[in-house]
Design a protein around this ligand. Structure first.
Ligand SMILES: Cc1cc2nc3c(=O)[nH]c(=O)nc-3n(C[C@H](O)[C@H](O)[C@H](O)COP(=O)(O)OP(=O)(O)OC[C@H]3O[C@@H](n4cnc5c(N)ncnc54)[C@H](O)[C@@H]3O)c2cc1C
Length: 415
């Protein structure tokens, strides 16, 4: 940890949160490291529960993120707890009422088309599709209103001293907290500082994220076309617009990234078989190399790992950020319970409970996503037959389909 002197930090009482009582200018109950969507939600939840909360943002993104995130109903309940849902955010998003899975592999053994309807579960929608360029500023504004103290710097070092975690920032300032939440992303410095290893793997794929306009209505239906190089998934946005996650071989993705907008629109139209009509008005695009990762343990030394610091999955079935919001909710629920019992909010027991509960949710989901993805990529007939049989069973057997829908929402495997 670099030599550092504490920089005085002026604090004001939060306007919007009567529960929050300030302690000292550099001493917090909870410090969240990383202002991605997972960290921002965790900071809002912590402050809403009355914890004095610091947010160390990390570096600013260089360009706007073109991704949208399909957040399922349990995640929207977390946003509601933050005071952000439904509110103004809802008007900038679109519901997902149906999910269609279409076998577009051209395989000898093709799966039947499968449609999941939220209505079958008695729900208005599975979730809503929210652009990250809308979600992140809304979360940041909400966190500020709840009294979260923002430090627009990066964490440079970490130490545990007694019942406190001490974080040093890039500018040399020090701050301390009972509990630190590491949300500083897949290359987390904080995770490495406490010596937690990850297992990681790569896929021979890149995912292009982009949005576009179309002449036919989407009718609030998301379509996942299973193609030999991975899924091509359209997700409704407000009006006659959809977002797209297009998984391709890295070479083909690179070629698509260099196309002009009109040529890319034509490629999207062909790959969606014209089902959304004429494609136009393609938005900014970004390509993401596909990989997976999991930390060997999700908590240690007064630190809980949340979001992509703990787990990375390819964007199949909209699981990534949905799992991360459950991380944030579990972390703050456990800390709150410990505080109510008059106990240390980051005791070995609290950290152990967090690790156990989150591993139980994350591990089977990572396995399912990996299997689904590899069954498309392998070109191996028995694996393709297994996928086709699994989807056929889901298509014809209502209880199994409803179980799969609940699990996809994040309900069935929750402890
Ligand atoms: C194409 C695509 C589509 C997706 N679609 C969906 C979807 O529909 N639904 C879904 O649930 N998920 C989806 N995901 C997953 C989702 O986008 C990610 O899980 C999420 O964006 C990651 O958020 P995060 O907060 O964990 O990490 P990040 O967004 O990576 O945030 C990490 C933060 O830490 C900061 N930081 C880094 N170093 C430091 C430091 N030293 N000190 C302090 N801060 C630091 C960074 O600046 C950054 O702000 C998708 C992913 C992809 C690639």
């Amino acid at each position: 940890m670099p030599e550092a002197t504490a920089t005085p930090l002026a604090l004001e009482a939060p306007k919007d949160n009567p529960h929050c009582v300030l302690m000292s200018d550099t001493d917090f109950d909870v410090a969240v490291v990383g202002a991605g969507p997972a960290g921002l939600v965790a900071a809002c939840l912590a402050a809403a529960r009355g914890f004095t909360t610091a947010m160390i943002t990390g570096p600013q993104a260089e360009r706007p993120d073109p991704r949208t995130v399909a957040l399922m109903m349990p995640s929207l309940a977390v946003l509601a707890e933050c005071g952000l849902w439904p509110g103004a955010l809802k008007d900038m998003t679109a519901p997902l009422r149906k999910l269609r899975l279409i076998d577009d592999t051209g395989s000898l053994i093709s799966a039947p088309e499968l449609t999941f309807a939220a209505r079958e579960l008695g729900l208005e929608a599975f979730g809503w599709n929210i652009p990250l360029v809308v979600l992140k500023p809304a979360l940041e504004a909400r966190a500020e209103a709840l009294g979260v103290r923002f430090f627009r710097d990066s964490v440079a070092g970490f130490a545990v001293q007694g019942d406190k975690a001490t974080l040093s920032l890039g500018n040399g300032a020090l701050l301390s907290a009972r509990l630190a939440l590491a949300a500083d992303g897949r290359n987390s410095l904080l995770r490495r500082a406490i010596g937690i290893n990850t297992i990681s793997w790569t896929y021979d794929q890149s995912a292009i994220a982009v949005s576009f306009a179309h002449s036919h209505p989407h009718r609030d239906v998301s379509c996942e076309y299973h193609k030999p190089a991975g899924p091509f998934t359209t997700v409704p946005l407000p009006g006659q617009r959809s977002s797209l996650v297009w998984m391709e071989t890295p070479a083909r993705a690179q070629a698509l990234m260099t196309l002009d907008d009109a040529s890319l629109a034509a490629e999207i139209q062909a790959s969606s078989h014209g089902e959304l009509g004429r494609i136009s008005d393609v938005g900014p695009r970004q390509s993401f190399p596909m990989s997976g990762a999991r930390a060997e343990i999700f908590a240690r030394d007064r630190v809980m790992l949340i979001g992509e610091t703990a787990h990375v999955v390819p964007p199949i079935g909209a699981q990534g950020l949905n799992m991360s919001l459950r991380d944030a909710a579990e972390a703050i629920a456990l800390a709150s319970a410990a505080r109510e019992a008059g106990e240390d909010i980051a005791s070995p027991k609290v950290l152990g409970d967090y690790d156990r509960r989150r591993q139980r949710d994350v591990r089977p989901r990572q396995t399912m996503i990996d299997l689904m993805n590899r069954s498309l990529l392998s070109g191996f007939l028995p694996l393709e037959a297994g996928r086709a049989a699994g989807l056929a069973a889901l298509s014809s057997f209502g209880p199994l389909r409803r179980f799969a829908m609940s699990a996809g929402l994040g309900r069935a495997v929750q402890s």
